[in-house]
Design a protein around this ligand. Structure first.
Ligand code: SAH
Length: 219
């Protein structure tokens, strides 16, 4: 039997999906179902369940954050996953976005530059049974060439530009979702590789912590 805390979290999750996601135009049924099942409160450190499902980003330590639920959903939906894909995430953080992706793709690789964050999110994902996710430590601005190509790549930190290795590691028909702009505000860019050419769309403004690395910010 589920305890009271879990039942409460389930109610908060449904309300989050209805108000914050469906209410703002997220419509892919598989994406909505993933947000109804993944326990965001388990990734939210010391935040209460009420805070965990709130309409805002959450601090997870080391100056890093889990994005607002709507932003995670918008980026996830933009990948247009069907279920059979291999995907790459840059910026594991808490592992929440990786857990969402694990419900929507066959295989998820997630790169984190801070070893302590990678270790804790890896442990959390395994404990919660997300067995198709691998967390690796490295500079994600170089991608993760060992497992390329990917049908989808999502970058969950803000970058001054599009790191060329990520475009190289994108499969034909694949999509790269990345916040591009200054250190304070970015635009969510969606780049699609079609017949070897890159098509770019923009999905509005956003604010992310900096992507730090060879093809990102230098400090
Ligand atoms: N997706 C995360 C939130 C990410 S916050 C979640 O769902 O919780 C951004 C993360 O990107 C931070 O953990 C930060 O350490 C990481 N990061 C920044 N630059 C990076 C780089 N070059 N490679 C890999 N990770 C990076």
């Amino acid at each position: 039997m589920k305890d009271e805390r879990e039942l409460n979290a389930e109610i908060l999750r449904r309300r989050m999906v209805d108000n914050q996601l469906i209410g703002r135009g997220i419509s892919d049924p598989r994406v909505l179902e993933a947000f109804r099942t993944v326990p965001r409160h388990e990734f939210a450190g010391r935040a209460s369940p009420e805070e965990s499902y709130g309409d805002f980003p959450l601090a997870i330590g080391r100056g890093q954050t889990i994005s607002q639920p709507y932003m995670v959903a918008l980026m996830t939906e933009a990948l247009e996953l069907k279920g059979g894909e291999k995907v790459l995430e840059i910026g594991t953080g808490s592992g929440y976005q990786a857990a969402i992706l694990s419900k929507l793709a066959r295989e998820v690789w997630s790169v984190e530059r801070i070893p302590e964050l990678a270790a804790s999110s890896h442990a959390r994902l395994k404990e919660l049974g997300y067995d198709n996710v691998e967390v690796v430590v490295g500079d994600g601005t170089r991608g993760w060439p060992e497992e390329a190509p990917y049908a989808g790549i999502v970058v969950t930190a803000g970058s001054p530009g599009v790191p060329p290795p990520l475009l190289d590691q994108l499969d034909e028909g694949g999509r790269l979702v990345i916040p591009v702009g200054s250190g304070y505000s970015q635009t969510l860019a969606v780049l699609e590789k079609k017949e070897g050419k890159i098509h770019r769309r923009e999905r509005g403004g956003c604010v992310f912590v900096p992507l730090i690395g060879e093809y990102g910010w230098k400090k």
